[in-house]
Design a protein around this ligand. Sequence first.
Ligand SMILES: Nc1ncnc2c1ncn2[C@@H]1O[C@H](COP(=O)(O)OP(=O)(O)O)[C@@H](O)[C@H]1O
Ligand SMILES: [Mg+2]
Length: 334
Amino acid sequence: MNNLSETVRRITGAESVVLGDVIQSLWSGYGVIQRATLHGTERPSDDSAMPVVIKHIDISRARANPRGWAGDLSHQRKVRSYQVEKSFYEDFSERCNLRCQVPKFIAADELGDEGGWVIVMADLNFQGLDSRKSHVEQQEIHACLDWLANFHATFMGNSATGLWPIGTYWHLETRPDELGAMPEDRLKNCAGLIDRRLNEATYQSLVHGDAKVANFCFSESDPDRVAAVDFQYVGRGCGMKDVAYFISSCISDEAAARHQESLLDFYFEQLQVALSGRNSAIHFPDLECEWRELYSYAWADFCRFLAGWSPGHWKLNSYSQQITQSVLDNIDQS
Ligand SMILES: Nc1ncnc2c1ncn2[C@@H]1O[C@H](COP(=O)(O)OP(=O)(O)O)[C@@H](O)[C@H]1O
Ligand SMILES: [Mg+2]
């Protein structure tokens, strides 16, 4: 029997597991994200077939890779990212309601002998969230910002135990190679300051950490509904990191400049509603004031990563350059 289906059967308690389509291969083929159907689970439902998605990383194969392992920072970052994703589904995902929907967690396991991880979650495609988009209109952009606002409200003040102490895949401390590769300029000199400013913000929540439009699942019948996947870089942080990065993933520089204020207004309205629904003791005007100022810092922080990782990247455009320059000017004046 296939090892993966046997593992999934064991951890879910299903009578049988039928593997389906591979969605994509992960991490140079060391893992896979794949559909499956569980049969004979204890779920009280009329037909007992449960559609799931399995995320499986076989770390023993990654370790066998002769091309540098122990000293390879990017491998270590990846390994940690899968542990973090498993922790998120096990210990945090249940707190996400339909306003910041995530796949329902079913089971996960860390495999023996450093074998890797398996995460089993509900298949969102069977919940009407079967559309993926690279081009989005205002209604979908708002749906994603609403998701982010609700996610940030849900985890406001959370200490991120078991997740990244500082979220996002481009966080400075985890990217020394990219910092080294940057041209010797003001942004490089200010990288630590920008990072510190974000980390020392009074208001911290959990950030998704890779909230690009490709990690949102949309519904054709209800454009206000979205769910997010891919929690490998979730950790503590200022919500502006997700907002800036999300905008960078789906809006042209010209549109980002033109709509910056209205998008932020929308996000903060949703955040306020979401927080008030939680009887939060937070003084909202203080939070909004702090985070609005940090929006530019979040952009500058992301541009710092891009400038080392992929200097000619299309996201290093007039809008992001101008916003980064405004942060550098601000630092000069303080
Ligand atoms: N629970 C799920 N239900 C439906 N589709 C999913 C689910 N989890 C992942 N996917 C799809 O698989 C894609 C890849 O998963 P993801 O976790 O983002 O892997 P990667 O780390 O390679 O980006 C997602 O963009 C999404 O389209
Ligand atoms: Mg993804």
